[in-house]
Design a protein around this ligand. Structure first.
Ligand code: C5P
Length: 224
């Protein structure tokens, strides 16, 4: 069983996907973490981020390991855990170079499909999961929320890490990321035609999880 959850930055996808996966006894595939890991590796290797060739070379020379765990997906690069490091704001802002490289995307989509093959049930979240990576997924969701609400949520996360910022700057960074995600020709951010769109602006994380769970149960009982 493959469930996809796509949506813009800070729409709550990761937390919801992780919790939904736990409820369904499924594995959680955080594809944003994959783009972040490649970004981290490329910066560490000192390569030109605008060069798709150098990015691909970095991917060829690096061993990545993505493991589903209760707390989320753990990421290892050449045997070293980089799960926390890839959340750094500099990595967040630079991931657009990797996201914009068609060859890197192709390789990452292959890795995502391989992950799905090795796991019986997955909840995959990202930008292109229902459209490109898993067009035949069993259930597809698209999560949205107002920009103000998303900025508030992201600010809360940053403050919890002791990295408080001006809300306007947070909003700007989110808008910039969404714009570049929507505009690229390969795997742009968009809802699949057959996705269920859920506006999470006025919902708590638990309410969103319950809502999605209800759709999954409905679909499962309809298929029996
Ligand atoms: O979801 P997260 O913020 O961790 O994603 C980091 C970046 O990776 C996004 O801004 C986006 O550009 C890119 N991404 C992508 N396709 C995905 C998941 C993430 O292009 N499926």
């Amino acid at each position: 069983m493959i469930i996809t959850i796509d949506g813009p930055a800070a729409s709550g996808k990761s937390t919801v996907a992780r919790k939904l996966a736990a409820k369904l006894n499924a594995d959680f595939l955080d594809t944003g973490a994959m783009y972040r890991a490649v970004t981290y590796a490329a910066i560490k290797a000192g390569v030109e981020l605008t060069s798709p060739y150098q990015i691909l070379e970095t991917m060829n020379n690096t061993q990545f390991e993505f493991t589903s765990s209760v707390g989320g997906m753990r990421v290892q690069m050449d045997g070293v855990d980089i799960t926390e490091e890839i959340r750094n704001p500099h990595i967040t802002a630079s991931a657009r170079f990797i996201a914009g490289s068609s060859s890197a995307r192709q390789r990452l989509v292959q890795m995502q499909r391989k992950f799905a093959e090795g796991h019986g049930r997955i909840v995959a979240e990202g930008r292109d999961q229902g459209t490109v990576a898993f067009p035949h997924a069993d259930i597809k969701f698209y999560l949205t929320a107002d920009l103000d609400e998303r900025a508030k949520r992201r600010l809360g996360e940053l403050e919890a890490k002791g990295a408080g910022q001006d809300i306007e700057r947070v909003k700007e960074a989110i808008e910039k990321r969404d714009e570049s995600d929507r505009k690229r020709s390969d795997g742009p951010l968009k809802a699949a035609d057959d996705a269920i769109t859920v506006d999470t602006t006025n919902l708590t994380i638990e309410q969103v999880v319950e809502k999605l769970l209800a759709f999954v149960k409905e679909k499962c009982s309809a298929n029996q």
